[in-house]
Design a protein around this ligand. Structure first.
Ligand SMILES: NC(=O)c1ccc[n+]([C@@H]2O[C@H](COP(=O)([O-])OP(=O)(O)OC[C@H]3O[C@@H](n4cnc5c(N)ncnc54)[C@H](O)[C@@H]3O)[C@@H](O)[C@H]2O)c1
Length: 329
């Protein structure tokens, strides 16, 4: 049995701790947070753990095999580095670090010291996204032409980061998980509609070596909440709507066939509108699959699906897109 500990019990940490607490194959030893009130809340729920404000005390304990970091992004690098120096494997909430430079250093160190680094890109572990990847990889959609993604709702306006840092990690992780490619072109534009200097709407465009293109729309300023990814292929098209309570994925047998021209320039297009089906999707909780995947990596020493490199790919894209976004204001 592996012994894990949590550092950071703010908004997101409690979700991870709830899952860890339910896993029979894990022993949780410490919960660490700088905030007295957060410690008090956790203690009321889980009286048996050891509580501390001092992350070093957690890292120094030889019984602890791995730590879960759910702290604000600026603490990811120093805490993960310290934990790895003390021999721990680390699960770092997304995004892995605040800069690609730090992510590269973390990955290099982990490789040298043979530590597991996993990034908490929850969507990689969500059954609809896994089903989507299965369909894309099976070739059912044909050649993938393009992907569009929307993640918009009203608020919450952040003051210190752009809408890209806030929302893009999700869409980028979904797209990278679907197609296993790194973009060769990244562009972005947007607007600081409400608070000057804080972009609240952004459009990111990506181009991949396989010629797939992708567009991501992100906004804190929208009349309704939308979390939607559309994959358009040469044979079929797919819509993943995370807000749909029943059929999150729909596969459409729709497309366009082009017959060879009989005379020069006379193309014949046939529009095909066949059936639609919604595949059955597991109801397993993404966070449970995510934590099991981390534990599996700690036990087998095999890199998990959203490893450090995966997290770096996301951060690298965000950095470039964010720079272009600010330049467009
Ligand atoms: N996977 C997801 O879908 C998802 C969703 C929300 C947030 N997150 C990520 O989770 C992380 C935390 O976000 P949050 O919204 O919970 O932030 P938060 O500010 O609500 O909580 C962070 C907690 O960390 C504590 N903390 C800060 N520095 C510390 C230190 N040195 N030692 C111990 N505790 C420390 C703070 O006191 C706070 O309680 C971020 O990386 C965020 O991007 C992921």
């Amino acid at each position: 049995m592996k012994t894990l500990s949590m550092v950071g019990y703010g908004y997101w940490g409690p979700n991870l701790l709830r899952v860890l607490n339910s896993m029979k194959q894990v022993k949780v030893k410490y919960v660490c947070d700088l905030d007295e009130k957060r410690i008090k809340d956790a203690k009321e729920k889980y009286p048996d753990y050891i509580y501390t404000k001092n992350a070093d005390a957690v890292f120094e304990d030889k019984e602890v095999d791995a730590v879960i970091l759910a702290t604000p992004i600026e603490m990811h690098y120093p805490l993960a580095m310290k934990a790895m120096e003390m021999g721990k494997d680390v699960f770092i909430e997304k995004p892995i670090t605040g800069s690609s430079e730090d992510a590269v250093k973390l990955i290099k160190f982990a490789k040298e010291k043979k530590r597991i680094v996993m990034t908490g890109h929850t969507f990689v572990f969500s059954p609809p996204v896994r089903k989507m990847r299965e369909i894309v990889k099976s070739g059912e959609l044909g050649e993938i032409f393009f992907i569009t993604s929307s993640r918009v709702n009203l608020g919450i306006h952040r003051k210190s980061i752009s809408v890209i840092w806030d929302l893009a990690p999700h869409d980028l992780s979904i797209i990278y998980y679907l197609i296993d490619e790194e973009p060769i072109e990244i562009s972005a534009s947007g607007r600081d509609s409400i608070i000057k200097g804080v972009p609240d709407v952004a459009f990111i465009s990506l181009k991949f070596p396989s010629k797939i293109v992708a567009n991501i729309e992100l906004s804190w300023l929208a009349p309704t909440k939308m979390r939607r990814t559309v994959v358009v292929g040469s044979k079929k098209m797919l819509i993943y709507d995370d807000s749909d309570p029943v059929d999150k994925i729909k596969v459409y047998d729709k497309g366009i066939e082009m017959k060879d021209p009989e005379t020069f320039g006379e193309y014949q297009l046939t529009y095909r509108t066949g059936d639609m089906y919604a595949p059955r999707i597991d109801t397993a909780e993404p966070l449970k699959i995510e934590m099991e995947s981390f534990l599996d990596a700690v036990e087998t020493r095999i890199s998990p699906p959203s490893d450090g490199e995966f997290g770096l790919r996301v951060v690298k894209t965000i950095e470039i897109a964010d720079k272009k976004l600010y330049a467009s204001l």
